[in-house]
Design a binder for this molecule. Structure first.
Ligand code: IPM
Ligand code: MN
Length: 366
């Protein structure tokens, strides 16, 4: 197969972690006889520095012409970077939101899985973690508070700011269908998360999800309020299979899920539209504090590349090989700093940097 991939290294640790994901994709392609081409484009802070805007039409067009997009991370330190002196629509994050919208990437899949080897990096007590957990958060990505009308204006001598949480039935239905399709291939449980005791948008969410559920009699649907879900995630994470939720709730809950999985550096993600096309990026940010030091964990990006093989190219065998290589590296005791175990015998552990972690994973592709 010929794979035409656009990559957006972005800012901070982005270029370092994307380089390792490319290394692993190239290893998988050469092992299984595929041809792969990468075209790098700018987005976020580096695009502001080069063109004065976080997302250019050229970048959008290049992404649209590709089979899939591999992304690192965008943004900088919000208190010190000059990018955050710009008006909000010119900042790095506006580029990311813009590309999600321009490519229609409404379904964001964020798997959170506890590798047995990383049990020591999990902050939860063993009696809570029990046999571990394996969930995927399906976050709606192009609606809700992120994209509703917003404004800041003066009223009665003071500033007043508004954000709007808007959802149509069609927006809810299409992401719910994705969640149920995924659940069907897993443990057949969808937990739909909302705030239906307060919000109209959540009441519409619940009603629409219930309608979709009628087409999936083999899948169990549960509703959970978002505050309760945040609590349940750290009290009994094993109960979740597919967690379906709106944009803002999904943003928050997926960070929480990543932490109980050991590190934000482990959490991959796929952002999909109605076709096979997708944008694949780690769930974590640009980590400006460790950028350029060669110590960032590239595993989330490498696992995102595995999701690309699976969802955009239907290469399940190759995706399995990448995931297995990650498992093998962890089993072999190789760790970046963020997933170093605490308080245990370190004699069987080897601490490595970003590039070495990528090479070790690439070497285990088979
Ligand atoms: C994420 C990030 C983004 C989001 C930011 C950078 C705009 O936190 O992908 O979770 O909030 O969606
Ligand atoms: Mn986030």
């Amino acid at each position: 197969m010929k794979m035409n991939i656009v990559s957006i290294p972005g800012d901070g640790i982005g270029p370092e972690i994307v380089a390792e994901a490319k290394k692993v994709l190239e290893a998988a392609a050469s092992h299984y006889g595929h041809e792969i081409s990468f075209t790098d484009v700018l987005m976020g802070g580096c695009s502001i520095d080069a063109y004065g805007e976080p997302l250019t039409q050229e970048t959008i067009d290049a992404c649209k012409a590709a089979d899939a997009v591999l992304m690192g991370s965008i943004g900088g330190d919000t208190t010190t970077s000059p990018w955050y002196k710009l008006p909000p629509e010119k900042r790095p994050e506006a580029g990311l939101l813009g590309i999600r919208k321009a490519l229609g990437l409404f379904a964001n899949l964020r798997p959170a899985y506890l590798y047995p080897e990383l049990a020591q990096a999990c902050p939860l007590r063993p009696d809570i973690v029990k046999d571990g957990f394996d969930m995927v958060i399906v976050r709606e990505l192009t609606g809700g508070l992120y994209f509703g009308p917003r404004s800041t204006r003066e009223e009665g001598g003071q500033l007043v700011a508004t954000d709007t949480l808007v959802y149509s039935e069609a927006e809810i239905r299409r992401v719910a269908i994705r969640a149920f399709d995924i659940a069907r291939k897993r443990r057949k449980l969808v937990t739909s998360v909302d705030k239906a005791n307060v919000l109209d948008s959540s009441r519409l969410w619940r009603k629409t999800v219930e309608e979709v559920a009628k087409d999936y009699p083999d899948v169990t649907l549960k509703h959970q309020l978002v505050d309760s879900c945040a609590m349940q995630l750290v009290q009994n994470p094993g109960q979740f299979d597919v967690v379906l939720t709106e944009n803002m709730f999904g943003d928050i809950l997926s960070d929480e899920a990543s932490m109980i999985a050991g590190s934000l550096g482990m959490l991959s993600s796929a952002s999909l539209n109605e076709t096979k096309f997708g944008l694949y990026e780690p769930s974590g940010g640009s980590a400006p504090d460790i950028a350029g030091k060669g110590i960032a964990n590239p595993i989330a990006t490498i696992l995102s590349a595995a999701m690309m093989l699976r969802y955009s190219f239907d290469l399940d065998r190759e995706a399995d090989a990448v995931e297995e290589a990650v498992r093998q590296v962890l089993a072999d005791g190789i760790r970046t700093g963020d997933i170093m175990p605490a308080d245990v015998d370190l004699s069987s552990i080897r601490r490595v940097g970003t590039a070495e972690m990528g090479s070790e994973i690439a070497a285990r592709i088979k």
